[in-house]
Design a protein around this ligand. Structure first.
Ligand code: C5P
Length: 225
């Protein structure tokens, strides 16, 4: 179970990072996003592997097919376990990405950013299609491109599994322990409910990393699952 909980290392502060890694020895899977990767680079990936942790490299690549493919080729030379791209890069880009990423590394696509509201789509992009419909369309495109799964809200998992099959992986951020502050997340779910909804992997940031003792909070949460 704990291999399915990915802790987000969202920091630029070396001391904070080291304190967190030293404390969180129960956690086995970590997410390195843009903030940490652009600060610490490949050294952070090496450090995590030295500690025998799994790595989700969350850089959300989005560019023309050739550029994404070449970037993935370079990134996949590191010892990582999961990486992602934007589904809005389209079919050709995703197929090309699939052909580059070795199958032992899970390739995941972001459908719609959770920070985009229906109003943003209309006002910023002139798109009138309902957001859930866009998520479904992009999830189906991702599946057709042979990509392993999507990042989505735990609230969307049921629908996506129905559409793309149970083996299609769902990685769900927006997880909060019962009673925690939602902060900037729009729709949240508890770890227990997210697993019940069918999430394959949970991404957890502040509920664990900002706890007084992240490791104890993590262990307590595992006990409640
Ligand atoms: O602190 P919190 O649990 O909200 O962190 C969630 C993590 O998941 C952050 O690293 C955030 O960038 C990431 N994420 C997200 N929503 C998405 C994609 C990624 O919250 N749709």
């Amino acid at each position: 179970m704990k291999d399915r909980i990915i802790i987000a290392l969202d920091t630029q502060d070396k001391n904070e990072l080291n304190t967190l890694l030293d404390n969180l020895n129960e956690a086995t899977y970590f997410k390195v996003g843009m903030e940490a990767f652009y600060t610490f680079g490949v050294d952070l990936l090496k450090e995590l592997k030295k500690r025998e942790k799994k790595i989700f490299l969350d850089l959300k690549l989005h560019d023309i097919p050739n550029t994404v493919a070449k970037s993935l080729k370079s990134l996949c030379q590191h010892d990582i376990d999961m990486i992602n791209i934007h589904a809005t890069g389209g079919m050709e880009m995703m197929k090309k990405a699939r052909s580059i990423v070795p199958h032992h590394i899970k390739l995941i696509a972001v459908t719609a950013l959770t920070s985009h509201s229906q109003r943003d789509l209309k006002n910023d992009f002139g798109i009138n299609t309902e957001l859930p419909k866009i998520v479904d369309t992009l999830a189906a495109l991702t599946k057709d491109a042979g990509v392993d799964g999507v990042v989505c809200s735990a609230h969307e998992v049921g629908n996506i599994k129905e559409l793309c099959g149970n083996d299609f992986i769902t990685v769900t951020p927006g997880i909060r322990l019962a009673g925690d502050d939602q902060q900037d997340q729009k729709r949240v779910m508890t770890p227990k409910d997210a697993f019940k909804a069918g999430s394959d992997y949970l991404v957890m940031g502040r509920s664990i990393t900002q706890a007084q003792n992240p490791n104890e909070t993590f262990i307590k949460m595992l006990g409640e699952l």
